[in-house]
Design a protein around this ligand. Sequence first.
Ligand code: M6R
Length: 357
Amino acid sequence: DKGTYPHFMLKEIEEQPFVLRNIIQKYMDENGELTIDKNILNSMNDTDRIYIIAAGSSYHAGLIGKQYIEKVSKVQVEVHISSEFAYNTPLLSERPFFIFISQSGETADSRSVLVNIKKLGYPSLTITNVPGSTLSRECDYTLLLHAGPEIAVASTKAYTAQVAVLAILAEVTARSKKIQVNFDLIQELSLVANTMEVLCNCKDTYVNIAQKFFSTTRNAFFIGRGMDYYVGLEGALKLKEISYIQAEGFAGGELKHGTIALIEEGTPIVALSTQEGINLSIRGNVKEVVARGANPCIISLKGLEQDGDTFTIPEVHEFLTPIVSVIPLQLISYYAALHRDCDVDKPRNLAKSVTVE
Ligand code: M6R
């Protein structure tokens, strides 16, 4: 039931702060510490390489999860698109551990990988929103997203929940290996939940951005570096699937290797800058496209902002920006799709669970 909301997508976007607080509660033990099933931690500690397998938005969450697990828990991670892995299996390490990220737990491409790796005897974990789903039944272990049903085809609250659970998995694994984590994840995630609320309350700004940049354009580009690049991929997927604008995400430094040829007078470019280390380089990329006529929509993090930025996100821990910077992108896509009279919750040609390979 979407209650008073005009669309499930808007309802689900607005639920994100509550979902995040719920995740913190569900993963907290009686001593107020984040906790994960011991068997999962044993697998995380025994493995020499983690293989994350996912599709669409869940794949984008996996790209961020790799950063978390490698940087915080110091385990090597590869992230694979499930449909590619199924037919083009890479050389595996000696002790692989597989993590299947899937909102629905029913994605056939991911399941087909699971069937194969189970035959080889490798351990598996699914991070899913649906208890009792196929992946949850067939994987050795499950971490739930606790996001409540996601009905809109465009994934929103499941994506941010996936990133949050991956951050928790990385932190708890690190602690179990006695690796020092120099921030308090519960506190930082709680701050993120508050920030999400602030961001959900800036609707007028998103309506204006959608109108200014996306009311008539046929295409749009999203650029970023590092984690901002991955959020850009997610922002582009959101925009294209519900508004039918051809939108693509690129690594800022890759533009000059071909894509910049597509920039014309007025082409919208959404640039993300939430990471101190890459702020100057991404702004350099923005200058390059502006010199070719692009219309820049710059989304920055407080502290890194510059005059002329389109929107600035309140400061959160640099590590967790992918959970907040995606919210303006979700809402801008939503209003762009509304403006273009698209069926927001049920975009053409798409199904919520893709149960065919
Ligand atoms: O249920 P899953 O997370 O396995 O689904 C994967 C993709 O089909 C899904 O994320 C899709 O890309 C969404 N519609 C994106 O908004």
